[in-house]
Design a protein around this ligand. Structure first.
Ligand SMILES: C[S@@+](CC[C@H](N)C(=O)[O-])C[C@H]1O[C@@H](n2cnc3c(N)ncnc32)[C@H](O)[C@@H]1O
Length: 275
C-alpha cells in the first residue's frame, strides 16, 4: 500500500475514534477496542460516516445493549459502603443484587445465584485465584462464591468507568485483585489463575471476530474454565438458543483433549473445562 493511502487510512481511523468517543454512550469504551472494530468497519463500508455508524452499532451489540439503565456508579458505591459499614451481610448482598439487576447478564442469573456457584465450585479443588473475562457486573457476585477471603480476583472489561467502579467495589468488599480495561480479543490476560469465568461472552467476542471465541479458550491460562451461554436472547425469546450454542461450543472444542463437564441452569448453560 502506498504511503499516501496509509496516511489517509490512519486519518480516517483517527476521525472515526474521535467521533465514537464523542458520543456519551461510548466515551468510556477503551480506545483499543474502538480502533479494532473501526478498522474492520472502514475496510467494509462505503465511507467514513457509515463506518462510524456501524462501529457504534457493533459496540452496542457487544456491550451497550446489556445495560438496563445508565449506570450510576457513584450512587451505587455510596450504597455499597453504607451496607458494608452496617455489618449486615444480607443487606450488602441485597445491594449487590440490586446493582446486578441493571445489567442483563447478571440480572438473568439472580434467581440461580444460590445454586450456580455451589454447583460449579463443588466440582473444583479449593480455588485461590479467579479471572473474570469480559466481566460486566459479574464481580458483584463474589459474595455468593464459596471461596476464602484471601481469594485473588482479576476482572477485565472494555468500559473504563465500570472497571473503576469494580476496583472500588473490591476495596469496599476487601477482595484482593483488580479490574482492568482490556480488549480481550486483542490482548488476552497473561496472568495465571486457578479458575477463569468466561460467562455469556463468547457470542459477543465472536461478533468482533469469528475466531475470537476459540482464541480466548486457547489462550487463557487457568486450570479450570467456566464457560457459559445464555438460554435467551436479550429480547427474552428462546429460539432454540441452547441447542445452537451447545453446537457452537462442541465445534470449538472438538479437537481439544480437554475434560468437559456440562451444567444446565434455567437461564444459562455452563461448560466446565479442565485444561
Ligand atoms: C453478555 S455480557 C457478559 C457479562 C458477564 N460475563 C456476565 O456473564 O455477567 C458481555 C460483556 O463482554 C464485554 N466485552 C465485549 N467485548 C469485549 C472485549 N473485546 N474485551 C473485553 N470485554 C468485552 C462487554 O462490555 C460486556 O460486559
Amino acid at each position: 500500500m502506498k504511503s499516501e493511502e496509509l496516511d489517509n487510512e490512519k486519518k480516517q481511523l483517527d476521525q472515526l475514534i474521535k467521533a465514537v468517543l464523542k458520543s456519551p454512550k461510548y466515551r468510556n469504551v477503551c480506545e483499543d477496542l474502538i480502533k479494532n472494530i473501526g478498522k474492520r468497519e472502514l475496510s467494509k463500508r462505503k465511507n467514513l460516516k457509515i463506518a462510524i455508524k456501524s462501529t457504534k452499532n457493533k459496540l452496542h451489540q457487544i456491550g451497550g445493549a446489556y445495560f438496563l439503565k445508565k449506570p450510576n456508579y457513584c450512587f451505587w458505591l455510596e450504597k455499597l459502603r453504607k451496607a458494608k459499614k452496617s455489618g449486615n451481610e444480607d443487606l450488602f448482598r441485597k445491594t449487590c443484587a440490586e446493582i446486578m439487576s441493571y445489567h442483563y447478564s447478571t440480572r438473568e442469573r439472580l434467581n440461580i445465584l444460590d445454586q450456580f456457584y455451589v454447583q460449579i465450585f463443588s466440582l473444583l479443588p479449593p480455588v485461590q485465584s479467579i479471572m473474570d473475562v469480559a466481566c460486566g457486573f459479574h464481580p458483584l457476585s463474589i459474595p455468593w462464591m464459596p471461596v476464602s477471603e484471601k481469594v485473588k480476583y482479576y476482572a477485565f472489561d472494555v468500559y473504563k468507568d465500570l472497571t473503576s467502579f469494580l476496583n472500588e467495589f473490591m476495596v469496599i468488599n476487601d477482595v484482593q485483585g483488580y479490574a482492568e480495561v482490556r480488549d480481550v480479543t486483542q490482548h488476552a490476560p497473561e496472568i495465571n489463575t486457578d479458575l477463569a469465568f468466561i460467562l455469556n461472552t463468547i457470542p459477543c467476542l465472536e461478533q468482533i471476530e469469528k475466531s475470537a471465541g476459540l482464541k480466548i479458550l486457547e489462550s487463557i491460562n487457568a486450570n479450570f474454565l467456566a464457560v457459559s451461554f445464555p438460554a435467551q436472547t436479550l429480547g427474552g425469546r428462546e429460539k432454540n438458543m441452547l441447542k445452537h450454542y451447545e453446537a457452537r461450543f462442541n465445534k470449538l472444542t472438538q479437537e481439544k483433549d480437554w475434560v468437559i463437564q456440562r451444567l444446565e441452569f434455567g437461564s444459562e448453560l455452563v461448560f466446565l473445562i479442565t485444561k
